[in-house]
Design a protein around this ligand. Structure first.
Ligand SMILES: *Cc1c(COP(=O)(O)O)cnc(C)c1O
Length: 224
């Protein structure tokens, strides 16, 4: 059973910490349809999943009862899953576009999209081996050029994750988030566009808010 009163409290408490330029993405991987429906019924609309199959199933099962839901893909995206992802109604954004090969594949598949979607380029600020993401500014520029020329992919911003294995979690998270803002500023001036940042999870979202994140992605803490 879902404790709706508790969810209402959590949502209110988080939303009260957000400034006008910050959005909350509720991450629902491994969570049930009832849990998602509860937050939807409380008025929340932006939800994130990290696997295409799970996202596809949930989008289908919630299509009727959550007609205005906005789905965000936030996990590692394999090129062979792009077509499936693009067929999902209410797909709004991909936060995890991690290399040029994937950019190429997204552009080739874009006619399958029913409507334009937002793209965040993932940047590997922690330099941890197992993390995906672009690693140089030059690559970011190249990816941005392709996306800006595309029809249905809208370049919305940059995404990152803070360092996981570290003695100094807070300082490392702050360093990663500041680095992402620097890369974002450079891209903004390079192309004369306005961009956002997607950074901050349950453990480090308060630091992300201090570093002016545009999107915090919260899973665990929204369901405890
Ligand atoms: C799971 C996940 C989150 C949410 O993490 P929590 O620690 O549960 O808040 C955010 N971003 C990505 C990419 C994730 O995979």
């Amino acid at each position: 059973m879902v404790n709706k009163a508790l969810y209402a409290e959590k949502l209110k408490s988080i939303n009260s910490k957000l400034s006008a330029h910050t959005n909350l993405l509720i991450v629902t991987k491994t969570r049930s349809l009832e849990e998602i429906q509860a937050y939807y019924d409380l008025g929340h609309r932006d939800f994130g999943e990290n696997r295409v199959q799970e996202l596809e199933d949930k989008a289908r099962d919630l299509a009727k009862t959550c007609p205005d839901i906005r789905w965000h893909m936030i996990g590692h995206l394999q090129t062979n899953k792009v077509n499936t992802l693009f067929k999902i109604a209410n797909l709004r954004a991909i936060h995890s576009v991690h290399d040029l090969h994937l950019v190429d594949r997204l552009i080739k598949g874009q006619e399958k999209l029913r409507h334009p979607i937002d793209i965040f380029l993932q940047f590997n600020t922690s330099r941890e081996e197992e993390k995906s993401g672009f690693e140089t500014y030059t690559e970011l520029v190249e990816a941005a050029e392709f996306i800006l020329k595309s029809e249905k992919l809208k370049l919305r911003g940059l995404m990152t994750m803070g360092t996981l294995r570290t003695e100094n979690f807070e300082a490392e998270a702050r360093r990663c988030f500041q680095e992402l803002q620097v890369e974002k500023d450079k891209l903004q001036s390079e192309f004369n566009i306005k961009l956002e940042t997607s950074m901050g999870m349950s453990q480090d979202y308060e630091i992300a808010l201090e570093e002016k994140s545009s999107w915090i992605r919260l899973g665990t803490m929204m369901f405890l």
